[in-house]
Ligand binder design. Structure first.
Ligand SMILES: [Zn+2]
Length: 259
């Protein structure tokens, strides 16, 4: 199924004189919209045309309004946003979104550069916090809400794992294409694009060796006190940014929302 969709992408790209992604509107049941929206309807894909700056303003609003995770791919060369989150749900200790991998790969393969965005919505975080930490603020020395909120600005280990896996996949199938990864949370945008050298190193391995590299790469050793102070400070200054963490596999950078 995956291969036939990719073949379709390649054939249609050759036959198109307009946007190489125009055919997707016929392949998928799409609904155009003026702004990014939360859509949990299976079988329906939303897309919009707007700049990354305008999209980030939508994300800033959506993290306050929507109940569950959602994901999009932004294509800079055509200023297009495609919804790649298929449906979302809440679990005991996290919220999850299932991704439309076929669409993700077509977008990555038909664009020089793509940016994969997802959100960590405030309502889902509040619900998780209440479930896991009790309604009373810090009764037993547990993580206070503002610390939890800062923590939620960081990509989860599953986010990092998925970013490495997709980067390896894109490198193998569409060499030279670049995929960036960003998460929007209540305090700002965090970029966690894997380093190209790390993707090179992991993608030459197979089987258990690849699994081992992937699993060790997503274990980050943050100094949380330091990271929390940085995020709080940046969030207060619109459009400012700073590197939160850096190792051989990732550089994690946090950007405040515009004013
Ligand atoms: Zn996430």
């Amino acid at each position: 199924m995956k291969k036939s969709l990719l073949a379709l992408a390649a054939i249609t790209v050759l036959g198109q004189s307009c946007s190489p992604r125009h055919f997707l509107k016929e392949v998928y049941n799409t609904t155009p919209s003026n702004h990014l929206v939360f859509n949990n309807q299976k079988g329906l894909v939303t897309y919009i045309k707007e700049s990354e700056e305008e999209g980030v303003r939508d994300l800033q609003r959506l993290v306050k309004e929507v109940p569950l995770e959602e994901a999009w791919v932004y294509v800079p060369e055509d200023k297009e946003w495609w919804e790649v989150g298929r449906y979302s749900w809440e679990e005991e200790s996290s919220t999850q979104a299932s991704l439309n991998m076929a669409l993700l790969e077509i977008l990555a393969g038909t664009s020089r550069e793509t940016v994969q965005y997802h959100i960590h919505p405030e309502k889902a975080l509040q619900s998780l916090y209440a479930k896991n930490h009790g309604e009373d603020n810090d009764p037993n020395g547990l993580m206070p809400w503002d610390f939890f909120l800062t923590y939620a600005s960081l990509p989860s280990s599953l986010d990092l794992y998925a970013a490495l896996l997709l980067s390896c996949d894109v490198k193998e199938q569409f060499p030279g294409r670049m995929v960036h990864f960003k998460v929007a949370s209540p305090l700002g945008i965090t970029e966690y694009t894997p380093r190209p050298e790390a993707v090179d190193k992991i993608s030459v391995e197979e089987g258990l060796d690849r699994q081992f590299l992937l699993r060790t790469a997503v274990v980050l050793t943050y100094n949380m006190i330091d990271v929390q102070a940085k995020i709080k400070n940046i969030a207060l200054n619109p459009n400012s940014s700073a590197v939160l963490y850096s190792d051989d596999n990732f550089e994690i950078k946090f950007m405040a929302y515009p004013k």
